[in-house]
Write a protein that binds this ligand. Structure first.
Ligand code: G6P
Length: 611
C-alpha cells in the first residue's frame, strides 16, 4: 500500500505533490511527507494525514520544482515521524519514497550496520535508501547505477522514486510488484502510484512494468529495464475525468459511490449486452472463450469484498452454467498446494488490480498451467496485465476505502460471464438467457428506487448505532450479501458484526441473540423465503431486534420483522444487487453517527499491496 507521487518540471512542485497525495490517501494515511529539491533537499514529514502535513508546511519553504511525496500505511515500524517517508540515507546523498515491502531487509540491514551505517527508524524502506547509498559510495557508480544495483539485491516489492543530492536535475523511479505511473507533460513529468493524481495535468501516461527503471529529467525520460538496455516508452491515453474523482457535493466518497451504482452497473454492462438483448459480448475474453465454454471447473480467487463477489459468482456459475466452482481467499490459496492444471479456469477478482495476495495466487495458477482471467476495475493495473484475459468492471474510480460500487460491478460481470457460458454449453435455453438479459437492464432503475429509502435507513441507523455487535443473516445467494453487509459495518463503524448463513445461526450465533442484538436479515424473495421466515421467528422468540431487507409487498415478513427496508421485486439473482445497497447505506449512516472517518477507516487501506 502507501501512495507515492513525484514531480519534475518548471512549476512549483509543492501544490502538485500535496494534491496528488490527497488523491492517493485511500492507499494509506498514518503518516505523510514531502521532499522538495531546491538549493538542497528539504523534507517535511508528519505522523498523521496529508492535512496535518499541509498544516506543518505553512511555516516552511515550499520552493522547488522537483519533489516527491508519500502517504503511508505502516508495515515495518509504527506510524511516527521517523518512520514516515521520504527517507534520507545516512550520509545524506539519497532521498527515497517507497511503496511495497523489502523482504530481505533484515540481512541487508545487518550488513549495512557492520559498515557503520546508522538508522533512525525501523522501516525496510530506510534500509533500501541506505543500500543505494552504500553501493554508490563503495562501488563508486552513478546514482542510476546504484539504484539499479540495489534493485537487483532486494527481494520483495517496490515502487520507488529516488533523488540524489549530487545529481539534482533528475528523479529515478523503479518498479517491481508495486504500481507506478508516469504522467507525460510538456517539459514536465509526474509520477504516482495510480493515475488519479495525474489527470488534471495530462492524459498521456506510461505504466511502468516490473523491473523497469526510469531516469527522468524535466525534458527527458529514459526508460530501461533493470536487465536490458533502453526501451521505447509506451505512452497510453488516460480515460478518466476529474469529475470521476471528486466528491461532487457528497459528504463522503463512499456515499457518492453508493449513489453512483445505478449508473456504474449500467456502465458495466453497456456495450456488452447486445442492443437486441439477445446476446452478450465480453471483448476481453474473446481469445479464451473456447476454453471457458468447455470449462469443467472454475476457481475464483480474491480478497475482502471481491471475495464476497466471488461467492455470488459461484452461485451464478453453478446455477446458469452448471460448472462446479470453488471460491478461495487468495491468501490461503497461494500457500497451499492447490490441485489445478491446464484444464482449469481461474478467475481473479480485484477492484484495485494490485492486491498482493491475489497477484501471487494468479502467478501460482499460471505456473500450474491454468487459464487465468481477471475481473478488475483499475485499468492498466497489475492484475489485468498478469492474467491471460479478463473483463474490466468499468465502475469508475472507487476512492472510499470501503468498497461499494466495485462489488455490484463485479457481481454484474460475473453474472454476464455465467449466463454467457451457460448459453454456450447448453445449460441455459436461449429464452431464459434473453429473459435474464432483459431483466438485467431494468436493475439500474430499480436500484435508483432503493436509494430513495435513505431516510428510513437513517432511522434504522439510529437504532443500531450504539450496539456493540450486529448479526447479519442470509441464505443461498444472499449469504454473501450478509457477509458483505457485516463487513461494511465493521470496517467503517467499528461495530463488531458477523455474517452467517441464516440456517447455521442455530449452531452457534443464536446464543448471542437477546434484546440488545440487532439481527439484519437479507430476506428478499427466493425459494428459501419460508425457511428464512422461520429463522426470523427463532430470533424474535429470543427477543432479538430484526431488521429485514424484503421484497416490496412481502407482507408476511413486514408483519413479523421489527423494521423492514423494501427493495423492488426482481428475480432473486438480481436481488443481490438491490439488497446490498441498503446495507451499504446502513453502515455508512451508522459510521457517520458514531463520528467515524468513513472514507479512511482506521488501520485499513484500499489497495493492499503487501501480504
Ligand atoms: C482491501 C480493501 C477492500 C477490498 C480488499 C480487496 O482490504 O479495503 O475494500 O475488498 O482490499 O481489494 P481488491 O482491490 O483486490 O478488490
Amino acid at each position: 500500500m502507501c501512495g507515492i507521487v513525484g514531480y519534475i518540471g518548471g512549476k512549483d512542485a509543492y501544490p502538485i505533490l500535496i494534491k496528488g497525495l490527497r488523491r492517493l490517501e485511500y492507499r494509506g494515511y498514518d503518516s505523510a511527507g514531502i521532499a522538495l529539491v531546491d538549493d538542497g533537499i528539504h523534507i517535511q514529514k508528519v505522523k498523521g494525514k496529508v492535512n496535518d502535513l499541509e498544516n506543518r508546511f505553512v511555516s516552511h519553504s515550499k520552493k522547488g520544482t522537483i519533489g516527491m511525496g508519500h502517504t503511508r500505511w505502516a508495515t515495518h515500524g509504527e506510524p511516527n515521524e521517523n518512520n514516515a517517508h521520504p527517507h534520507v540515507s545516512f550520509r545524506g546523498h539519497f532521498t527515497l519514497v517507497h511503496n511495497g515491502i523489502i523482504e530481505n531487509y533484515s540481512s541487508i540491514k545487518k550488513h549495512l550496520l557492520s559498515r557503520d551505517v546508522k538508522f533512525s527508524g525501523e522501516t525496510d524502506s530506510e534500509v533500501l535508501v541506505n543500500l543505494i547509498e552504500h553501493l554508490y559510495l563503495e562501488v563508486d557508480v552513478s546514482a542510476e547505477q546504484a539504484v539499479q544495483m540495489a534493485c537487483h539485491k532486494v527481494e520483495g516489492a517496490y515502487g520507488i522514486v529516488v533523488a540524489c543530492k549530487a545529481e539534482p536535475d533528475k528523479l529515478i523511479a523503479a518498479r517491481k510488484g508495486s504500481p507506478l505511473v508516469i504522467g507525460v507533460g510538456e517539459g514536465e513529468y509526474f509520477l504516482a502510484s495510480d493515475a488519479t493524481p495525474l489527470i488534471e495535468y495530462t492524459s498521456n501516461v506510461i505504466y511502468l512494468n516490473d523491473d523497469d527503471l526510469a531516469i527522468i529529467k524535466k525534458d527527458e525520460l529514459i526508460l530501461k529495464s533493470l536487465r536490458n538496455p533502453i526501451q521505447k516508452p509506451e505512452i497510453q491515453e488516460l480515460d478518466l475525468s476529474i469529475g470521476e474523482i471528486d466528491k461532487e457535493g457528497y459528504a463522503h466518497f463512499m456515499l457518492k459511490e453508493i449513489f453512483e451504482q445505478p449508473r456504474s452497473i449500467q456502465d458495466t454492462f453497456r456495450g456488452r449486452v447486445l442492443s437486441d438483448y439477445k446476446g452478450i459480448q465480453l471483448g476481453g475474453l474473446l481469445e479464451v472463450l473456447p476454453k471457458l465454454y468447455q470449462a469443467k471447473r472454475i476457481i475464483i480467487t480474491a480478497c475482502g469484498t471481491s471475495w464476497h463477489a466471488g461467492l455470488v459468482g459461484e452461485y451464478y456459475f453453478e446455477e446458469f452454467s452448471r460448472i462446479p466452482v470453488e471460491v478461495e481467499y487468495s491468501s490461503e490459496f497461494r500457500y497451499r498446494n492447490p490441485i489445478i492444471g491446464p484444464e482449469d479456469i481461474v478467475i481473479a477478482i480485484s477492484q484495485s488490480g494490485e492486491t498482493a495476495d491475489t497477484l501471487a495466487a494468479i502467478k501460482l495458477a499460471k505456473e500450474k498451467g491454468a487459464t487465468v482471467l481477471g475481473i478488475c476495475n483499475v485499468v492498466g493495473s497489475s492484475i489485468p496485465r498478469e492474467t491471460d484475459a479478463g473483463v474490466y468492471t468499468h465502475a469508475g474510480p472507487e476512492i472510499g476505502v470501503a468498497s461499494t460500487k466495485a462489488f455490484t460491478a463485479q457481481v454484474t460481470v460475473l453474472f454476464m460471464m455465467a449466463i454467457s457460458v451457460g448459453r454456450h454449453n447448453g445449460s441455459l435455453s436461449q429464452e431464459k438467457f434473453e429473459n435474464l438479459i432483459q431483466e438485467l437492464v431494468t436493475i439500474p432503475s430499480k436500484m435508483e428506487e432503493t436509494l430513495t429509502n435513505e431516510k428510513e435507513i437513517i432511522k434504522l441507523a439510529e437504532i443500531i448505532k450504539d450496539s456493540p455487535n450486529a448479526l447479519y443473516l442470509g441464505r443461498g445467494v444472499f449469504f454473501p450479501v450478509a457477509l458483505e453487509g457485516a463487513l461494511k459495518l465493521k470496517e467503517i463503524s467499528y461495530i463488531h458484526a458477523e455474517g452467517y448463513p441464516a440456517a447455521e445461526m442455530k449452531h452457534g450465533p443464536i446464543a448471542l441473540v437477546d434484546e440488545n442484538m440487532p439481527v439484519i436479515v437479507v430476506a428478499t424473495k427466493d425459494q428459501t423465503t419460508d425457511k428464512v421466515i422461520s429463522n426470523i421467528q427463532e430470533i424474535k422468540a429470543r427477543k432479538g431486534k430484526v431488521i429485514a431487507i424484503v421484497t416490496e409487498g412481502d407482507e408476511e415478513i413486514i408483519k413479523i420483522a421489527d423494521y423492514t427496508i423494501a427493495v423492488k421485486e426482481s428475480s432473486h439473482e438480481f436481488a443481490v444487487l438491490l439488497s446490498v445497497v441498503p446495507l451499504q447505506l446502513l453502515a455508512y449512516h451508522v459510521a457517520v453517527m458514531r463520528g467515524c472517518d468513513v472514507d479512511q477507516p482506521r488501520n485499513l487501506a484500499k489497495s493492499v499491496t503487501v501480504e
